[in-house]
Design a protein around this ligand. Structure first.
Ligand code: PXP
Length: 242
């Protein structure tokens, strides 16, 4: 038996819809409450430099009012470091960020940014925040995570999710190998990006993966079946695969 796979629900796109009109509806906090009731193990939110979805106030309210662990996705900047140290989320996942991208389009180049990342990872760790690096599933990036002393890596599954089922095998192998290498080095592997109930199975079946972070599909599906049902369906798909 492998350990239960945790599900982190990313609520960014509830804020995207809210911000399309301004005002307060739909409120990502309410989404977090529904996620908690539907069995989510954590809430993930990305405070972007341009605040296009989640805002500083959302982070403050999530910390105050939601009991589930908060995983704050953040760029490796002094501004975000200060915000993380102020709010002290359970975890901070360092992601690459470019203003012009629609979403986080690839993993963090941890190997190429050791000097920038070292003090940021150190200060987050010193504050008791669990640091995760959102990286591509490659040996070079895992080596960098080891050097940086990151306890967690989240593997970017965008390349895997991009392929139709028939063409997925090479990406799945790359992910499976990377997960094994991270675990062998004492790093807890997580995964996320582009996961749906249709493609989550083979990822959820990789036994060392401890957590999946899923957002866009769940919020999109919530339009049709409701957030509670969307999360429960995802949970069921993950459990069947395990
Ligand atoms: N994990 C990280 C680090 C991310 O940046 C994102 C996207 O914001 C996700 C998981 C979730 O990806 P998706 O919204 O495609 O499910």
């Amino acid at each position: 038996m492998t350990a239960r796979l945790r599900l982190g629900v990313n609520i960014d796109h509830v804020a995207t819809i809210r911000n399309a009109r301004g005002g307060g509806h739909p409120d990502p906090l309410r989404a977090a409450e529904i996620a908690a009731a539907a069995g989510a193990d954590g809430i993930t939110a990305h405070l972007r430099e341009d605040r296009r979805h989640i805002t500083d106030d959302d982070i403050a309210r999530l910390r105050e009012r939601i009991a589930l662990p908060l995983n704050l996705e953040m760029a490796a900047t002094e501004e975000m470091l200060a915000i993380a140290l102020k709010h002290r989320p359970h975890a901070a996942c360092i992601v690459p960020e470019r203003r012009e991208e629609r979403t986080t389009e690839g993993g963090l180049d941890a190997a190429g940014q050791i000097a920038t990342l070292t003090p940021i990872v150190g200060k987050l760790r010193d504050a008791g925040i669990r640091v995760s690096l959102f990286i591509e599933p490659t040996a070079a990036q895992i080596e960098a995570a080891v050097k940086l002393g990151a306890p967690v890596v989240e593997f970017h599954t965008g390349a895997y999710a991009h392929f139709p089922e028939a063409d997925r095998a090479p990406e799945l192998r790359r992910l499976t190998d990377a997960v094994a290498l991270a675990a062998k080095n004492g790093i807890e592997p997580h995964a996320g990006h582009g996961l749906t109930t249709a493609n989550v199975g083979p990822v959820a079946a990789i036994p060392q993966i401890a957590e999946l972070n899923i957002g866009h599909y769940l919020i999109g599906e919530a339009i049709f079946i409701g957030l509670d049902a969307a999360i429960r369906e995802m949970r069921a798909a993950m459990d069947v695969a395990r």
